[in-house]
Write a protein that binds this ligand. Sequence first.
Ligand SMILES: [Mg+2]
Length: 445
Amino acid sequence: MKTILILEDNDERIAGFQKTVTELNGGFELKIWRDAHSMIAECAEFFPSAALICLDHDLNPQPGITTDPGTGFDVTKYLCDFMPVCPVLIHSSNVDRVYSMHNELRFAGWMVDRVGPLGTDWIQTTWLRRARELLAEHENTWKANLQANHVERVERMKLSLDGLGLGDALGEMLSYQSANAVRRLAENDLPAGPWFHTDDTEMAISIVAVLKSHGELNQDALARRFARRFERDPDRGYGSMTRIQLREINAGAKWRETAANAFGGQGSMGNGGAMRVAPLGAYFADDLARCADAARDSALVTHTHPEGVAGTIAVAVGAAMAWQLRAAPQIDFAQKFFAEILRLTPESKVRRGILLASQTPVEIPFPEVAKSLGNGSLVTAPDTVPFCIWMAANYPLQFVEAIGKTISVGGDCDTNAAIVGGIVALSAGRKSIPNEWLEAREAIG
Ligand SMILES: [Mg+2]
């Protein structure tokens, strides 16, 4: 059975679609939703048989219903969380929104086209012609290969991404007066929003999107998303080598080559793999070996130097362990946390730094700890990751305090706090994140 999924609120048009679909002669079933929310709630169960999705944008409330019916753009955003299922044909006269929908879908890899609802017989003429072509040219590509508990995994990623994004935005804002960060965060003495995030969050959003839609770390999809987000919004404080790589990918280069060629063929040992990876650790929190493998894959898209890779693995495993140990007594936390990170992080400067961190007691004043382990001022993984891991190990339940202390040691403030925030959110839990902070930051998505 093949299904055509339609979002349309107008009775006349619905009748037009019902009549016209019989002319397609493919035995197509028609499934129609009159509002965005019910389509979002139900349409995924039709993905295995979907042959074509047709979307209107502007929707009117149905008689007797007072709730907002949503829009075709709401459904579009929902679809973009999935790998492409089948072609999409947009039929709205709201031209601006048609372009927004078209761009979003294309950006997420979907085949998409549009027809203008002009005249009285457009369904029988232009729509039918284009629908016929799309059905002939494209097959259903639905792949049901998502992980078990995918929805819970995605929720965990969002928690980590919230922590990461707040650490990033606060670290960036307070980097010029980092010495006061502990007090300012504790007293909520912070600028009015919106708080803007930087490259750390931008790239983490891409990791979350790929895991959400693929259920695994697909490197090609990740490179594509990194590059497209950069193209849309380049001024997010990306490192100069990352800018070069993403620009080349947008110009058609292969990520394997751009990543391998960085820094004269040495590959990047920057902290860019580590800064974005905590949500991946959240997704694979129940399987540390898989988590480390996926973290390595995520790093290699831009950072091929063994130090850049080791830092990425350490942070991802740290995030996974933070989740696993979230209910553990604080006294056991640091030891178990370090043990698994050290077990899975390959031999490297990063690992030696983490080993030193594991032997550095919480009683040592944290600015001293940062002096010995590094605070990211070199923007390399070995100079960044060990101190962040130490902070996450010793303040697992104190999200605000951990972020404040991390920022106060200076160095690469936004990245340090993004790493710590992405990990500690998972051990401290959602209740530890101030709601007013989430409201003050710019929207993530
Ligand atoms: Mg940054």
